[in-house]
Ligand binder design. Structure first.
Ligand SMILES: [Zn+2]
Length: 318
């Protein structure tokens, strides 16, 4: 039978601000807030959102667009919708909805994308902050840090992170995980990494999100709606995110009564997923795409050793 799944860790950087909205929730002074982790309050991109854009872009790459790309509902004439065939790379990898004969959950599953490095303005120019909780996701474990300090490779007196002034302390012992991350991100970023505690990280990220003001446009007149000024928040450009993709072993699954023929092994599944990455960089994720938001550049896509337990996952199915 062989292994049942393989996990790839993906590290990507926001080329534009990214707005993945909660669907209207007002938060403080912001009209359109973004999705946050319920425990840490740090913004994230839900795995379900990633699954949706990966599906659409992989379908473009495999020329299965638009029928197999979307939610899968056929039109009024019963045409279109997911083909649901065992030789379709999109329907087998991302799943399909079928009223007759049941659906298929899909061979790929996506974790939420979490913030790994977050850009903050300081009097010395931008620095990118991270924290023990975020580093752990990248297997770069560091000890807990005390709350009221910023840790950098070079010492110093004090540094402001946004409006917050903190004493500077020396990094904890550099570890292999952090070195690996430094070689993944651009040099201008790796030279400007600073660490803070988990608690302070959440606080600083939430105080330094991009907040923009925009105007609703009436689609009929093309003019601004009266009183339609609204604010929305976004992860700023150059935020680094981390997410995981699980590729399941196709030989363990059947589509209807048939073996999956579109992909023969877990490598094939991950290749279908990976084909979406160039589109992700051009077309992006989340809302406000027409306002120049959402493009996400994948910096690394690497298989990681089997973990004892699968992370919380979101299937690619509709
Ligand atoms: Zn299909």
């Amino acid at each position: 039978m062989g292994e049942s799944f393989k996990t790839h860790r993906v590290i990507g950087m926001a080329v534009d601000p990214i707005h993945v909205g909660t669907g209207g929730g007002r938060l403080g002074r912001v009209d359109q807030s973004i999705v946050r982790d319920p425990v840490t309050r740090v913004p994230k991109i839900p795995g379900s959102s990633l699954a949706g854009v990966y599906r659409a872009y992989a379908a473009m790459a495999k020329q299965k667009y638009p029928d197999c790309a979307g939610q899968g509902q056929p039109n009024k004439q019963g045409k279109g919708g997911h083909c649901g065939k065992p030789d379709c790379p999109i329907c087998t990898v991302f799943g399909f909805a079928r009223s007759a004969g049941g659906g298929f959950a899909g061979l790929a599953a996506f974790s939420d994308a979490q913030v790994l490095f977050f850009p903050v303005a300081t009097r010395e120019g931008p620095v990118w902050i991270s924290c023990p909780g975020a580093m752990r996701l990248a297997e770069a474990d560091i000890d807990e840090l005390t709350d009221a300090a910023v840790y950098r490779s070079k010492g110093g007196q004090s540094l402001n992170l946004g409006w917050l002034m903190l004493p500077v302390k020396q990094f904890p012992q550099p570890n292999d995980g952090l070195k690996r991350l430094e070689s993944t991100v651009p040099a201008y970023l790796s030279e400007r990494i600073a660490l803070v505690s988990d608690k302070l990280f959440s606080h600083i990220v939430n105080s330094n999100l991009e907040v923009r003001t925009s105007v609703s446009i009436n689609p009929e007149t093309g003019a601004a709606e009266e009183g339609a000024l609204f604010t929305y928040e976004a992860l700023p450009r150059s935020t680094v995110l981390l997410w995981e993709v699980i590729s399941k072993n196709p030989t363990h699954f059947k589509v209807g009564d048939a073996a999956v023929s579109a992909v023969k092994d877990m490598n094939d599944v991950s290749k279908v997923v990976e084909a979406a990455h160039s589109y992700l960089e051009c077309l992006g994720v989340g809302g406000m795409g027409t306002r120049g938001m959402g493009r996400l550049r994948v910096l690394s896509f690497k298989a990681i050793p089997q973990q004892p337990a699968a992370p919380q996952e979101q299937t690619g199915g509709a």
